[in-house]
Write a protein that binds this ligand. Structure first.
Ligand code: PRP
Length: 209
């Protein structure tokens, strides 16, 4: 049985649609369930429902053979996992944004030691370092857009999909750091011990992507 770590929510829904197209009908099993481990006997799959940021951890330590996770989270986690496939859904952008009324149009216009709130402190730090811009990164766990609104930060680094959250909270994008889509990742040892099962699943997924 292959163990797949995936976060509940948008990525799981899209992954289930992809699996259905590949001939694995798993959707019904998830309905109205609050279980954290869901077995799909006929497909020989076990779903481990984790928090998005924890998916690479389960996979690196071999608690899951495979994981489905956004590229943004994968890069931020810096975990030792093998990236097998770009699943090409869940497209979003990791951006730098500031309050519209700040008048700032470029990151170079941020004041020295500006505070930047983010759920992606590692990526944000590397990004500003690469530009030689001195900022203070303040890690937050969510609702990042609040930072500038309550005087905690002058800018944010966060993902945006539709742009609605930024717009409705008076923020504008001043740079894009990276684009992200969902990725299928694997544990290095599972790649050897479960080689055929992983290759079969990755193969059918690649066909329907
Ligand atoms: C993400 C992100 C933004 C929002 C962007 O938050 O952090 O807040 O989605 O989406 P939009 O561009 O379509 O409006 P998420 O829902 O993951 O929750 P969080 O704020 O707790 O991180």
């Amino acid at each position: 049985m292959l163990r797949i770590a995936v976060a509940k929510g948008r990525l799981l829904d899209s992954f289930l649609i992809l699996l259905a197209k590949a001939g694995y009908d798993c959707d019904s099993v998830f309905q109205a369930s609050r279980k954290l481990i869901v077995d799909i006997g006929q497909a020989d799959l076990r779903f481990i429902l984790a928090k998005p940021a924890d998916v690479p951890t389960y996979v690196e330590y071999g608690a899951a053979d495979l994981g489905v996770v956004g590229k943004d989270i994968l890069v931020e986690s810096d975990r030792n996992v093998a990236e097998l496939l770009d699943l090409k859904y869940g497209l979003c952008r990791l951006v730098v944004a500031v309050p519209k009324d700040s008048g700032i149009c470029r990151v170079q216009e941020l004041d020295f030691n500006s505070r930047v709130t983010s759920k992606y402190p590692r990526i944000a730090e590397e990004y500003f370092n690469s530009l030689g811009i001195q900022v203070e990164i303040i890690p937050l766990a969510g609702s990042i857009e609040l930072g500038p609104m309550v005087g905690l930060s002058e800018a944010i680094v966060d993902i945006t999909e539709t742009g609605r959250t930024l717009a409705e909270n008076g923020l504008v994008i001043i740079d894009t750091i990276m684009e992200s889509t969902a990725r299928l990742v694997a544990n290095g040892i599972s790649l050897k011990t479960q080689r055929e099962a992983i290759a079969a699943l990755a193969g059918v997924l690649e066909e329907v992507v």
